[in-house]
Design a protein. Structure first.
Length: 243
């Protein structure tokens, strides 16, 4: 069985409220939220998980103060790649900050759940601003349902709640099973302080369509993972490789 490495790539980070990431928790606490995407190193194909966004879009579209660290192309160059080299993009979901650069990967097939794509084209008004249709209208989608093996040791796992069709990505590494959560959170969502942990072992993502479903997805993913990779965890900034 192959052992992969996950390379965190970071073109931008945004200033957001902790309440966006953790439901009913630390409202008013600002966090510098990294907008990662991830390269899976060691596969036969060149595989990305999500494609992030850029600082200009974060500010102009959603009003978030944002810092440009590099371009999408610059981040890829850090692992010796260009957008046209990418064979496959796994979309954990289709919120704007996770798919803004996917169209630049012109040769890539794009794996997304059927439920997510259907909802993204006609979202509920409560979550409408999370989806920017021009970012994904003309992508080369491959639709998946349920658990799906991308390659030996790389599996997609349904993790709905944050959005209807959110999926996590489980990747075998030499240190065990690493899971990119798919839903937007930080490590504190999984490991809350003791006073919160007495009431609940995890904190639902602050942005969600179904809070209870998101909570159950979190518990399931936490129980499966040897290495948890939350989508916006600041401690991964500057990390070259997981593991």
């Amino acid at each position: 069985m192959p052992n992969y490495r996950i390379r965190p790539l970071l073109p931008t980070r945004m200033e957001t409220d902790m309440g966006i990431l953790a439901f009913r928790y630390k409202y008013g606490t600002k966090i510098q939220s990294p907008a990662f995407f991830w390269y899976i190193e060691g596969a036969d194909k060149k595989i990305l998980v999500d494609t992030s966004a850029d600082a200009e879009m974060a500010t102009s579209y959603r009003g978030f103060p944002a810092e440009k660290l590099t371009t999408f192309e610059g981040a890829l160059a850090g692992v010796g790649l260009k957008p046209d080299d990418i064979d496959l993009v796994i979309q954990t979901h289709l919120h704007w900050d996770h798919c803004a650069n996917t169209a630049k990967c012109r040769n890539a097939k794009v794996l997304v759940t059927e439920e997510e794509l259907r909802f993204a084209f006609s979202p509920h008004p409560l979550t409408g601003l999370s989806y920017k249709k021009d970012l994904f209208t003309d992508l080369n989608f491959v639709l998946v349902n349920g658990r799906y093996e991308v390659a030996p040791g790389i599996e997609l796992i349904p993790a709905p709640g944050h959005s209807p069709g959110t999926q996590a990505v489980a990747i075998d590494t030499e240190k065990g099973k690493a899971i990119i959560t798919g839903f937007c959170c930080v490590l504190e969502n999984f490991y809350p302080p003791e006073e919160v942990k007495k009431l609940m072992p995890v904190i639902t993502p602050g942005t969600h369509l179904d809070a209870v479903q998101a909570y159950e997805s979190m518990l399931r993913i936490k129980g499966m993972a040897d290495i948890l990779i939350p989508m916006h965890e600041p401690s991964f900034v500057g990390v070259d490789s997981i593991p």
